[in-house]
Design a protein around this ligand. Structure first.
Ligand code: FAD
Length: 291
């Protein structure tokens, strides 16, 4: 399959990229690693007049894991995130998402900004980032705005990002003491598109194990990654333990609205939400007790 014709711009700075996007609007498309864009163009699902590469803008490729916050440039590759000891130390579930994505060759090109920008309900990076309460910075010629990742996704392939905006940073606060998180995914074959993915984040009052905050994020079971709010409510104020996590996992099965497709039936997906939610809550709790 041959790519349709297009003009190619390589932005040297964010300002230059924003200027090109403001001029061409929806006729232009940002490209980072290209692992989604190039495939969509080959399949004729996408035919932008112009591709605006942001892959060589140095500030978009930085990882800054200062004590209070992780700042991820959108062009940091998934491979780099998966291999980062600094990220793994405090935001282990983000690394777990990165390690679950694709094959080494895909991870070496694919970027975290591209994974969010594609807004696929089955994407590996969104659930963990959402579970940690991540925000994204969107930049255009008009300036910057900060959007909670929870409000970023609008539907399959649709996001809060306008056609003249570049996602320029992902910010994640450092988890407080006695907090832990975990990510799990299930696919038909290893490295295939996910059938279900779940990330859990728990905050405890202290070493006693009473839960004061919880975020459970479910992927592949709705048009966007979504919080399992009923399951989260079931956890607050309770002392963590297997029986509680089983009850919360059952509530998570009610919190989702999967569809049937060739990868799995809606019923199977619901069952698997229960299994992965239970596992990820147990793992997040163990990490919170140790932190
Ligand atoms: C063989 C294969 C296997 C894959 N396996 C998985 C998998 O297991 N899990 C998974 O989640 N994904 C998977 N993917 C999908 C893909 O690799 C990821 O979504 C990847 O992270 C996309 O990043 P990219 O840099 O290649 O994005 P690109 O293709 O460059 O861009 C993707 C989209 O995001 C937009 N975009 C990119 N960066 C920005 C930015 N900074 N600001 C504004 N818009 C931006 C683009 O305009 C485009 O709409 C797979 C893809 C392939 C080809």
């Amino acid at each position: 399959m041959v790519l349709p014709g297009f003009e190619f711009d390589e932005a040297a700075t964010v300002a230059q990229g924003c200027l090109i996007l403001s001029e061409f609007g929806a006729r232009a498309k940002v490209i980072a690693g290209g692992t989604d864009v190039a495939v969509a163009m080959k399949k004729k699902l996408l035919a932008p007049e112009r591709l605006v590469s942001i892959a060589r803008i140095p500030e978009l490729k930085r990882i800054d894991s200062s004590p209070g916050m992780l700042r991820l440039g959108p062009c940091v590759t998934i491979g780099k995130i998966g291999a980062s000891g600094e990220i793994d130390k405090r935001w282990g579930a983000i690394c777990a998402g990165a390690r679950a994505l694709g094959t080494p060759s895909v991870r070496n090109r694919a970027t975290v900004g591209g994974n969010l920008g594609s807004a696929r309900p089955a994407a590996d990076m969104a659930p963990s980032l959402m579970a940690y309460g991540a925000r994204v910075i969107l930049t255009s010629k008009a300036g910057e705005r900060v959007v909670s990742l929870e409000n970023f996704f609008h539907g399959p392939g649709l996001s809060e990002m306008a056609s003249d905006e570049i996602l320029t940073q992902i910010e994640v606060d450092a988890p407080p003491p006695f907090a832990g998180a975990s990510y799990g995914s299930l696919s038909v074959r290893s490295r295939d598109c996910n059938i279900v993915n779940v990330a859990s984040f728990l905050m405890l009052e202290g070493p006693g194990g009473q839960i004061k905050g919880a975020r459970i994020v479910l992927g592949c079971v709705g048009p966007t990654p979504r919080r399992a709010l009923g399951a989260e409510r079931a956890l607050i104020g309770e002392k963590g333990g297997e029986a509680l996590f089983t009850r919360a996992a059952q509530a998570a099965m009610v919190d989702c609205a999967p569809i049937d497709d060739f990868r799995g039936s809606a019923g199977y997906r619901k069952e698997m939400v229960g299994v992965l939610a239970q596992r990820s809550l147990c793992a997040a709790f163990q990490e919170a007790l140790k932190s």
